[in-house]
Design a protein around this ligand. Structure first.
Ligand code: B4P
Length: 204
């Protein structure tokens, strides 16, 4: 693969936060503004489930219980997605990495292509607001993991147990910026855009 063609202008973002913090929602706006390739492991897994592939059937068992899908499955998916997009100007990683092992694997994959993560935007939202948003989405999304408060709380617990460590990992490299994830969509998008603009300007 050759991601290196776009290296000089490449900008890679991780949009980070607990389930329901607005990652998917804000990703749509960020990719439209900055022309990045959106890679959402949640979306990729749901496509596999919809197509009833063996990978999807395995993943569904974990997702329905609010648990993370095994690292090797999602790392393989991201590796293939990177290879499939050699012309990308940069990537927006949404919902990935979710464990320290995934973060280390992503760093290695990007390094192989002479690029790196430039900023980790971490959305902060209270647990009660997360539960409220996801139950609300569950009314229309048809997602089994949004339908039951017990599963939603299991997802939040899984985040605290395994995923919060990813922010600590990137803090060592001074890449994490915390953003208040409560407010209107436009207010939050403005805060995110200000950070991206600042980091992009530093890079030039
Ligand atoms: P994901 O698909 O990543 O989804 P998510 O965390 O549930 O939601 P997201 O954060 O994107 O939702 P948003 O707030 O935008 O993961 C699903 C599952 O897949 C995981 O539990 C896991 O099992 C598996 N998985 C995925 N990636 C994995 C990985 N790397 N490793 C292992 N397993 C993995 O939206 C939530 C709701 O809030 C929406 O209805 C939205 O409209 C609303 N909302 C957003 N912003 C708002 C605001 N400012 N105010 C009010 N409401 C708002």
């Amino acid at each position: 693969m050759s991601l290196t063609q776009g290296y000089s202008i490449m900008f890679n973002i991780i949009l980070f936060g607990p389930p329901g913090s607005g990652k998917g929602t804000q990703s749509e706006k960020l990719i439209a503004k900055y022309g990045l390739k959106h890679l959402s492991t949640g979306d990729l897994l749901r496509s596999e489930i919809a197509a009833s592939t063996p990978l999807g059937l395995e993943a569904k068992n974990f997702m329905d219980k609010g648990q993370l899908v095994p690292d090797e499955v999602v790392i393989g998916m991201i590796s293939s997605a990177l290879e499939a997009n050699p012309q990308a100007q940069g990537f927006l990683f949404d919902g990935f990495p979710r464990t320290e092992a995934q973060a280390e694997a992503l760093d290695k994959l990007l390094k192989l292509n002479q690029t790196e993560i430039h900023v980790v935007l971490a959305l902060d939202v209270s647990d009660e607001e997360l539960v409220k948003r996801l139950l609300n989405r569950g009314l229309t999304s048809g997602r089994s993991d949004d339908a039951d408060e017990k599963v939603i709380r299991a997802r939040i617990a899984e985040y605290n147990l395994k995923t919060a460590a990813v922010a600590a990992y990137y803090k060592k490299f001074d890449k994490v910026v915390h953003i208040k994830g409560e407010g209107t969509l436009d207010e939050i998008f403005q805060l995110l855009s200000n950070e991206v603009n600042g980091r992009m300007a530093e890079k030039v």
